[in-house]
Ligand binder design. Structure first.
Ligand code: KG4
Ligand code: ZN
Length: 387
């Protein structure tokens, strides 16, 4: 099965094409167009991001099909009924509609078997552009539509190893195919999904079997990185910038709190850390050296709480694997410290698959191919796993 997947839940426009054959994956393309417009504002404005997705989607689709060698030009007219449906589906995305109609009138249907799309959680206007684009393609090409939960995708992208997973032959014949196929992950597993919008600890009893056991009560860890970076006069997204700057020192005289470090639950809180950085920096001269020291301490404070709560939860739930996912899991220092302290194997995606991308959506669709009709799919900004 060949899946074309679309991701637009925040500020990255992504399209990937994945081929799945008896449990083995082959990545044909994975294009992420990161919107640079938000760098000037230190955060993402949903309506601005939606406009950028509208502009980007067809060009990214053309590049993806080109890279996968699935593009074939052929002039063809759309009939009145097709025009009517497409206009209905993309009623609120006029710019996208005209680009898509032009594309469909000049290109043959590619050799694809299904369309997958993120339908939540995320920024509502952004999710809707992707969902409506996917609905339009599903209608135009008469293909099934697979809705994907973005958080589940941050977890399941870990089942894609070096572009391909080869089912491992089990010594015991008759072992469950799941156990053979996902040999890197042993269940129950514990997943920490840390991104710009979420910080959740999720107990993973199997593919599709999730329970959220803890989460942030206010800001997400990535959001905290971004807000602290803004206070330090650094750019957006702040996480990767802070992590680079933090590398330049090996200790820091600055001390910041570790919120909720000693609570007995598996929840987090990061808004106090941002406020502490605000107080710490007020009235100080922000020299390059000072920025390095604060960056180092912000990163370590975030890692300390994530690590403590994750290891505690892993021990309490007897997890056999720890799975990291989400943009913050691209952080090298976090990876290093998790790997050094955990009692069980820690698995994380390669950095470019930690941050938002459509390949994770394709992998999830391949592992969990629940289909919907284009008529009935809706975006759900507050979607949760395990419901
Ligand atoms: O998963 P993601 O790409 O988008 C959401 O679903 O939110 O995560 C984006 C977040 C941003 O807050 C960004 O600052 C953070 O991930 N991030 C990092 C790093 N790279 C991205 N945080 C810490 N260290 C990094 N290297
Ligand atoms: Zn994400």
């Amino acid at each position: 099965m060949r899946i074309l997947a679309i991701e637009t839940s925040c500020d990255d426009t992504g399209i990937a094409i994945l081929e799945e054959n008896k449990g083995a994956f082959k990545v044909l393309t994975n294009i992420v167009s990161s919107q640079t417009i938000h760098q000037n504002y230190g955060g993402v404005f949903p309506m601005m991001a939606k406009r950028e997705h509208q502009k980007n989607l067809v060009p990214v689709l053309v590049s993806a099909l080109g890279e996968a060698k699935l593009v074939e030009t052929k002039p063809q007219e759309l009939d009145d009924k097709q025009h009517k449906h497409l206009t209905q589906i993309l009623e609120r995305e006029q710019e996208l509609l005209s680009q898509l109609v032009e594309f469909l009138q000049t290109h043959k249907k590619p050799d694809i078997d299904a369309i997958a799309v993120t339908y939540g959680p995320g920024l509502e206007p952004c999710l809707w552009v992707g969902v409506n684009f996917a609905r339009a393609l599903s209608y135009a090409w008469n293909l099934p539509l697979i809705p994907v939960n973005h958080i589940e995708a941050h977890i399941l992208v870990n089942f894609l190893q070096n572009k391909e997973i080869y089912p491992v032959k089990s010594a015991k014949s008759g072992a469950a195919p799941e156990a053979q196929q996902f040999n890197r992950v042993k269940f129950p597993a514990l997943s920490l999904v840390v991104s710009g919008g979420h910080t959740q600890l999720i107990l993973v009893k199997g593919v599709g079997k999730y329970k959220i056991i803890g989460e942030t009560r206010d800001d997400a860890a990535g959001e905290c990185f971004d807000k602290c970076a803004k206070l330090l006069g650094l750019g957006y997204p702040g996480g990767s910038i802070i992590s680079k700057i933090a590398l330049e020192v090996t200790e820091s005289p600055v001390h910041l709190p570790r919120p909720m470090f000693n609570t007995k639950d598996y929840d987090f809180s990061f808004s106090g850390l941002k406020t502490a950085v605000l107080h710490e920096t007020q009235g100080k001269e922000i020299t390059p050296e000072y920025v390095k020291e604060v960056s180092y301490e912000v990163q370590q404070a975030i890692i300390d709480v994530l690590l403590k709560k994750t290891l505690q939860a892993a021990a309490d739930f007897k997890a056999k694997t720890i799975i990291l996912g989400g943009g913050v899991s691209a952080n090298q220092e976090l990876r290093k410290q998790f790997a050094a302290h955990a009692q069980v194997p820690v698995i994380f995606p390669e950095p470019k698959l930690s941050t938002d991308n459509a390949l994770m959506i394709a992998v999830t669709a391949a592992l969990r191919p629940k289909k919907k009709r284009w008529q009935s799919l809706k975006a759900n900004a507050n979607l949760r796993v395990g419901k």
